[in-house]
Design a protein around this ligand. Structure first.
Ligand code: ATP
Ligand code: MG
Length: 279
């Protein structure tokens, strides 16, 4: 059964086409003569814009899903459609363009080049694509400004904090104005103050540019910023829930503990319930 979007808001009504559609997705890894079925026929639909989380126990297939949707690896079966394009049918050349133009990717290892400045790291994909240097530099500066890094444009990664490096990686992922941003544990290495500041900046950019962000996270505090949480269990879709629903029911009950930590603990509970194997 495909996942529907309980959190679909007016901006993401059921009339809008699903930005990401995954059907019957299968991926098997072979390690030391043993097969590991990371995805076993996963169905998932994600519509609209804004932030959507993928949660689930370690090993449930979250990163595998993101890699396949990002076109970084091939599936063993099933379909992947992103922004109307069939990723599973693309040639290598088409995948290269897809990765550059349609999506942006932010993984936990920021993969910044140590010898380049922040601005050079952000604009590098455009340089490789043969874009006009001057236009690129303007765009790079504007993205760095959006992410609060104007003063850091000429720093090399070693002279940037973890949160700043993360923001450079996000700016780079946004260089080609992707419709879809795929992120694996984007705030995983950051302290809570840094990650809250990143969220503020990211929300502004994502909403201003109408981007869909599909992000894998273990952190309820991160999922609390999303509108919907999809849960994976053993390589299959286990269910989804609406984060706004949890927030408004908590607001209505006037939770005495901080609203945010209350929402986070409820989110963690719901995700754990869905992710637990049935007895
Ligand atoms: N390159 C690989 N080679 C072999 N097995 C792999 C590979 N990548 C993942 N796996 C296996 O596939 C399963 C799913 O892995 P995946 O990385 O997708 O899980 P995950 O949900 O992202 O977990 P985590 O929360 O720990 O990051 C795991 O059992 C893992 O050991
Ligand atoms: Mg993972």
């Amino acid at each position: 059964m495909p996942a529907t979007e309980p959190g679909a808001s007016a901006a993401a009504s059921s009339a809008s086409p699903a930005e990401i559609v995954v059907r019957g997705l299968r991926k098997r890894y072979r390690v030391g003569g043993r097969d590991v079925d990371a995805l076993r026929g996963l169905d998932l639909e994600v519509r609209g814009t804004g932030f959507v989380a993928v949660m689930g126990a370690s090993g449930s297939g979250k990163s595998t899903l993101l890699h396949l949707v990002a076109g970084l690896d091939r599936a063993d079966g099933g379909e992947i459609e992103v922004a109307g394009q069939r990723v599973d049918r693309m040639s290598e050349a088409e995948l290269t363009l897809y990765r550059r133009r349609t999506i942006g990717v932010v993984f936990q290892q920021f993969n910044l080049l140590p010898t380049l400045t922040a601005l050079e790291n952000v604009t590098l994909p455009g340089v490789l694509d043969g874009m006009d240097r001057k236009a690129l530099e303007e765009r790079g500066r504007s993205l760095l400004a959006d992410l609060g890094l104007t003063e850091r444009a000429h720093h090399r990664p070693e002279a940037l904090s973890g949160g700043e490096q993360q923001r450079v990686a996000i700016a780079r992922a946004l260089l080609f104005e992707p419709r879809v941003l795929l992120a694996d544990e984007p705030t995983g290495n950051l302290d809570s103050n840094t990650s809250e500041r990143l969220w503020e900046l990211l929300k502004r950019v994502v909403h201003a540019r109408s981007i869909l962000v599909l992000m894998v996270t273990h952190e309820p505090a991160a999922a609390a910023h999303c509108r919907t949480v999809h849960v994976l269990r053993d390589g299959l879709f286990a269910g989804s829930f609406d984060v706004d629903g949890i927030q408004s029911s908590n607001a209505a009950s006037g939770a005495s503990q901080g609203l945010e930590s209350h929402v986070a603990s409820q989110l963690a509970l719901r995700a754990a319930e869905l992710g637990r194997a049935p007895r």
